[in-house]
Design a protein around this ligand. Sequence first.
Ligand SMILES: *[C@@H]1O[C@H](CO)[C@@H](O)[C@H](O)[C@H]1NC(C)=O
Ligand SMILES: *[C@@H]1O[C@H](CO)[C@@H](O)[C@H](O)[C@H]1NC(C)=O
Ligand SMILES: *[C@@H]1O[C@H](CO)[C@@H](O)[C@H](O)[C@H]1NC(C)=O
Ligand SMILES: *[C@@H]1O[C@H](CO)[C@@H](O)[C@H](O)[C@H]1NC(C)=O
Length: 471
Amino acid sequence: MTMMMKFYTFTFLIFLFSMLQGHCKSDINLGHSLTLTSPLEYAPGLMGKAYIMETESSSSTREPGFKAALTMGSSDKDDGKYLCSLQVFLGDVRVWSSGHYSKMYVSSKCIIELTKDGDLRLKSSNKHVGWRSGTSGQGVERLEIQSTGNLVLHDAKNLIKWQSFNFPTDVMLSGQRLDVATQLTSFPNDSTLFYSFEVLRDKIALFLNLNNLKYSYWEYKPRDRNKTVNFVRLGPKGLDLFDDNSHIIGRIEQPLSRFLALGNKTGNLGLYSYKPEKGKFEATFQAVSDTCDLPVSCKPYGICTFSKSCSCIKAVSNGDCSSNVEEAVSVKRLCDHEMVELEGVTTVLRNGTQVRNVRKERCEELCKKDCECAAASYSVSDESCVMYGIVMGVKQIERVSGLSYMVKVPKGVRLSGEKPNVKKWVVGLVGGIDGFVILLLLSGLVFYFIRKRQKSSSPRLPPQQPPNTDS
Ligand SMILES: *[C@@H]1O[C@H](CO)[C@@H](O)[C@H](O)[C@H]1NC(C)=O
Ligand SMILES: *[C@@H]1O[C@H](CO)[C@@H](O)[C@H](O)[C@H]1NC(C)=O
Ligand SMILES: *[C@@H]1O[C@H](CO)[C@@H](O)[C@H](O)[C@H]1NC(C)=O
Ligand SMILES: *[C@@H]1O[C@H](CO)[C@@H](O)[C@H](O)[C@H]1NC(C)=O
């Protein structure tokens, strides 16, 4: 009952602000400020939004337009604090947030202000500034939301002094470009792991990042290998790759995509378009189409099977396979261990540390001696040994001779059942949690937009430098 009251109070406040705002405009002038205030008593699970600007929605396609909002949501930690951020929404989907890399916590007030000297700020009080555009004294005249969803600060000559497109988060909008050496990132709940979608010279690729480990699990290369990528852009026909002369050198075809997003649960990359009949955005393309090809379809030391369930490499995890990523990497030094070969499995991780022209025995030995090596795969045909620091993305495959995957297990441990030195893993042990993960992945077509804050243990990137794009 009291919870309800609080909720209404908060919603009411926001409603009031929207009223004061009058009709939502698409720009804001110098000196403007807006304050969100929390209910008197801390309310867990609360999320408040005050829309400050919007673009017109297209009446022909019935697609929603963009809205910029000041948001205030209770933090996952339930420590009495709220997260304060400036966000851009396309319909219900959050497509940009000032708090993607560094979170701003406030206890009661979340204030946005475009100062008289042209700095856009988020504050918790008059003194404490938690986020800023860094554009003081650069002649900024107003804040605008463009029809593309780009949030920009203009000067009197209409030059752009700051724009949200320069600070990509986990979404790239149609018309936005992502240059080589930049990336989209997304942070799963409560994990030190994060995913990145990176534009590299020779390809675009998805990576799993874990402490100092980094492995790709999907990539797309231009057909002509001699061409190098300069930037990518989501155009009317799909995701285009451009070379240094702005010629298209590759394309992932998917017409009418409105945005590209890197999923924070699955790490999958999707192109989304609007389905008017359903009133929401849906992925019409996904980079990884088979669940088992995602690195997180099962927990570490799990095996994604043909039936799309998770089996467990029992010896390593004491039979429960419930270790999360943190535990799996915290057991870093695997020194006094031996290698066990698993039949009919492989890993979807690609670029482990490769050693060429070695025999399988040597490969086994290399990993065994290296305390940081957790698994290795060996291919007879090109005599290549690839070593990995973590056992993830393991999936069942048709048995291929000449291809093997080996994991480290503590000395003397046998994989359950069967004869000594069994080289078989046990199918059929599906943990409830893992089964659930798979369900989530399968329903991954729908874009989830209820964002939960990542824990503070998540990797932090350096603070954003205000760019000076005069264009
Ligand atoms: C995020 O993590 C918290 C705590 O670990 C958990 O309670 C919550 O259900 C998780 N949320 C999602 C969406 O996984
Ligand atoms: C790519 O470059 C190599 C050597 O530089 C050349 O032999 C080859 O013909 C080129 N391929 C194409 C398709 O241009
Ligand atoms: C995989 O490739 C990425 C990008 O080229 C690189 O940063 C990373 O270190 C590589 N991983 C390994 C284990 O070599
Ligand atoms: C994952 O992404 C969705 C969509 O942006 C967001 O609503 C959700 O809160 C995110 N979850 C986490 C744990 O960041």
